[in-house]
Ligand binder design. Structure first.
Ligand code: NAD
Length: 484
């Protein structure tokens, strides 16, 4: 199987915040990999725009060192890197002032695709959008890319949407949730809608429950100040886990097209039931051998912010009424893993008698690490001991099944930036989707605040607070073990 790289049209991409952490770790190394693959043509140009005063040569050096530090694990071809660096330029601009804007406008080539990546804090989004129009750099075909967090509640998300909508049409706005750019996340749609095998069973008649786990081993580290204002609910659930839930639960769209897909995702969010307080467990990690506890990383030593959350969710529609969704995410957990487990119901009647045991099928979709799928099927236990049943996994690691194509797959940021250039919004969140997710999230957070809820402490390196185990155990179910 030969992987196809389809070059995108030549473009001018301005990265506001081009010297920042995200640009250096993800965006610029990602663009370099797309350049190496031939997808980004040498006619294209990347212009860094940030507050710091640098020459284009100094910016090239910043980018080269970022690519060496954060780029691919393969050896870097220095001649290709040198060619890539010739495609860079830099202008010092102040998002809140007028310096640099005329110079920047003079560098944009109007006959090419123009995209503007807002890799800066959300408080600058409105200022940037306004100046892009005032300095006549953006027209009706230009695209803007905005980063998370997209608001911290419904009111701020609405205000952000409104500040962008004043200057840009929704079809020009690309809200990044990098989870949607992950290969396996898109595979969720391919598995569901490309196979006859699963979709007929994909409903509450056949599925007992679904678990979504996104576990991290890292703590809040140097991001303590930001994280303390956010917490797992805002940082992970409202966006990443919500997107996974939508892709797992949505109805088949008529076409794999931006609004068809996003309409179906929106319907899932709107069908979510409010979550009852006893269906949520919040946690905060304690110390470990090699790290301090959560509170030592944040300014407020009595912080009530959660670094872990587990919840039971219900979707009120014909497909899912009666099938709970259990979501769990946290920092400093036992292993770094993201996976979705679909637990099917028992067979309605066992012809093998009580001794054979009761079995149900499980489909596990691993998003990271070792992307792939496992389907547990029930077979006869080998040997002469009568008919006893045993579950065995049909295991497929995508790297084994797809060989080099899996290894060469672009990472989430690379794919999403190429989609911006192509003008394909399928993997980006629409404004109403983001607002619906906040509308569901807000009352939950307000409830904690009103009740003065304090998160349960959990051991670093564990699977989270014991209350999370108790919550699912009350339903007669257990979490999948968090393991690599
Ligand atoms: P950063 O602080 O490292 O970089 C900020 C950049 O913005 C710098 O280049 C700075 O010069 C520029 N900037 C700041 N104020 C400016 C102004 N007034 N005018 C022009 N430029 C200005 O931040 P970051 O970590 O790169 O994050 C950027 C955005 O991406 C934030 O919204 C953040 O929440 C989001 N994000 C970051 C990460 C990450 O891993 N760093 C991940 C997801 C989302």
């Amino acid at each position: 199987m030969v992987s196809r790289v389809i070059p995108v049209d030549p473009f001018d991409l301005v990265i506001f915040g081009g010297t920042g952490d995200l640009a250096r770790r993800k965006i610029l190394p990602g663009l370099f990999r797309r350049f190496c693959s031939g997808q980004m043509s040498s006619e294209s140009k990347i212009i860094g725009a940030a507050r710091g005063v640098h020459t284009a040569e100094e910016f090239s050096k910043i980018v080269a060192s970022a690519i060496h530090e954060f780029g691919s694990s393969d050896a870097i071809d220095e001649s290709v890197l040198a060619e890539f660096l010739t495609r860079l330029d830099y202008v010092a601009v102040d998002a809140r002032g007028d310096t640099g804007w005329t110079e920047l406008a003079g560098k944009i080539r109007k006959n090419l695709v123009n995209a503007f990546y807002f890799s800066v804090g959300p408080s600058l989004f409105g200022d940037l959008a306004e100046r892009l129009k005032r300095f006549e750099m953006a027209d009706d075909d230009s695209r803007i890319v905005v980063e998370k967090p997209f608001g911290r509640d419904l009111a701020t998300a609405k205000a952000l949407n409104a500040s962008l909508a004043k200057h840009f049409d929704e079809t020009q706005i690309y809200r990044i949730d990098h989870y949607l750019g992950k290969e396996t996340v898109q595979n969720l749609m391919a598995v569901r809608f490309g196979n006859m095998l699963f979709e007929p069973l994909w409903n509450s008649q056949y599925i007992d429950h679904i678990q979504i786990t996104v576990a991290e081993t890292v703590g809040v580290g140097g991001r303590g100040e930001y994280y303390d204002r956010s917490g797992a609910m805002r940082d992970m659930v409202q966006n990443h886990l919500m997107q996974l839930l939508c892709l797992i639960a949505m109805e088949p769209p008529a076409k794999f097209e931006p609004d068809a897909v996003r309409d179906e995702k929106l319907k899932v969010i709107r069908a979510l039931e409010p979550v009852l307080p006893h269906h949520i467990v919040r946690g905060q990690y304690g110390p470990s051998e090699d790290d301090d506890d959560f509170r030592t990383h944040v300014e407020d030593s009595s912080s009530k912010t959660e670094s872990f959350i587990a919840m039971k969710m219900a979707i009120s529609n014909w497909r899912w009424a009666g099938t709970p969704f259990y979501l769990r995410t946290g920092k400093r957990l036992k292993a770094r893993t993201s996976e979705i487990t679909v637990v099917f119901k028992d067979a309605p009647h066992s012809i093998f008698g009580a001794d054979a045991g009761r079995h149900n099928n499980e489909l596990r979709i691993r998003l990271q690490p070792n992307e792939g799928m496992t389907l547990d099927v029930t077979i006869k236990e080998p040997g002469p001991g009568g008919m006893r049943l045993v579950d065995v996994p049909l295991d497929m690691a995508f790297a084994d099944a797809l060989g080099d194509n899996a290894i060469d797959a672009p990472d989430a940021y690379e794919r999403l930036i190429m989609d911006v250039i192509r003008g394909n919004q399928t993997l980006f969140m629409r404004g109403d989707e983001v607002e619906a997710a906040w509308a569901w999230t807000d009352p939950i957070i307000e409830g904690w605040q009103a009740r003065g809820e304090i998160p349960k402490t959990y051991d670093s390196g564990s699977e989270g607070p014991t209350d999370a185990m108790a919550m699912i155990a009350r339903d007669g179910r257990i979490w999948r073990e968090i393991k690599r």
